[in-house]
Design a protein around this ligand. Sequence first.
Ligand code: ME8
Length: 545
Amino acid sequence: MPSPAPYYITTPIYYVNDRPHIGHCYTTTVADAAARAMRLIRGESRSTFLLTGTDEHADKVVTSAAAHNSTPQAWADKHADAFRAAFTSLNCGFDDFIRTTEPRHKDKVPGYISALLKTGDIYKGVYTGWYDAGQEEYLTETAAREANFKSPINGKPLVQRTEDCYFFKLGAYQERLLAHINANPHFIQPDARRQEVLGRLRQTLNDIPVSRPVTDDPATQWGVRMPGDPANRVYVWIDALFNYYTTVDTPERKHFWPAAVHLIGKDILWFHAVIWPALLMALNFPLPKMIFGHGWWVSEGQKMSKSLGNFIDLERMHAYADAFSLDGLRWYLLTQGPLSGQDADFSHAKFIEVYNADLANGIGNCASRVSNMIVKYFDGVVPTPGNAAALPDYDFKAICAKASVEYVAALDRFDIACAFNQASEIIRKVDGYINVTAPFKLAKTVEANPTAKQELAAILYTCAEAVRVASVLMAPAMPQKMAALWSTWNCTPGADTKLADLAAFGGPCALKPGSTVAKGDALFMRADPAAPIPGTIPAPSAPTV
Ligand code: ME8
């Protein structure tokens, strides 16, 4: 059988001077769930590749390191480890973690820049701008005008300064970029982001500076040098964008390019949807298939800020995982996150509502209802499927088939929430079926009516098999909880089994009559909306008189 086409998904590489928070963890968790789902759909793990990592050549790394009596490299090492550990703690299974200070990245960047110098796409020119000598930085024309051409820091006049600089001929690619975006509606997603880029591309694109000078200031000595010109270094953003390519620019991984999806936040859309594709066009490299720019997480309806105390940092996320399980947290992020383009709210009340509805009262309760009845009425032995009364609204073979078709289609357009909601829909159907068929009532009649036992068997088999299918679809979001369910139900899928087989109701991976189902612990404990918010210090109780 031919192997499936490679699926390469990337996250942004994160700045090492920040501590991991919900934003970074969200993007990486979405990429992880998408990669797991792709592996499931293909029934083949090796053709999917998830890359995350850290962006380490920013000037602020040098400043932060100095402020902490550290070297830039030691500072970067420490923070890169923190990101890696954060993602691992959230069960994100990345295939590689690239750091821009690693030789396998930084040694390759000059090669691409040299190629662009050779074609003339990168050329040496002169940069003129408003310079704040006290701060040693340029201000944009707008920022300079707004500051009345005075330093916003020390009030001294800004000076017009000119220096040698390398430029990339971005303007030369404007027409080709427009044509590509117009011909490929999925290239930039969601649609609002695509419109945003198309709008900006109606104005003339200028060539952009891609180097920064190296001076006596140690901050300017950090980074990748321009090939053949050590007095200049590659601008950190250009260096960073190349990570997606350097990681797979090896004989073993070359087939992963072009990437299927660059998943990013909306803040860095322009770099990914315009500058990066133009660089690739100039190098004659194929373009990624999709740039997906998600929205922001806000917290309790407000922009996250450390001073407001509403920041969802890693500690707060761990506190939620401790209280509601890691998979409970992942489910909330994945189904309620800002993927569609709108910003999303991390609100405690909403979290509890979704957790209780989808998990504690959803799959958790449904699975234990069904296994409890199999234990009670069939001694825990999966009964033989038979002809349960045909109810047109509850044709589970058709319901599960439709759910998996929609699951695959939703993942293709990167609508992760819609994909996972297909599974919740199956669970709602099972709950409805139990209410309509009332197996607990039927069980009371089996002694007087022998055919009732067969009917009971058929109903419970149907419920259990449908829950199994839902659990398969949910597994990329909640790998640990679904593995726990499979273990009590003795239906752990073999490695590399295809979704088409796994999610077929009554198909090759169906529950086997005669196998055993144990009661098991509740998958998700019901959450009390009045309980203290995880990660917050409980208010002191009122003094007793
Ligand atoms: O921009 N909600 O790195 P960065 C959702 N190094 N996502 C958020 C978020 C929020 N409130 N805050 C951050 C950089 N993010 C560059 C990228 S790529 C070649 C270089 C996520 O550490 C979101 O994915 O500032 C955003 O794009 C990323 O963190 C920015 O991470």
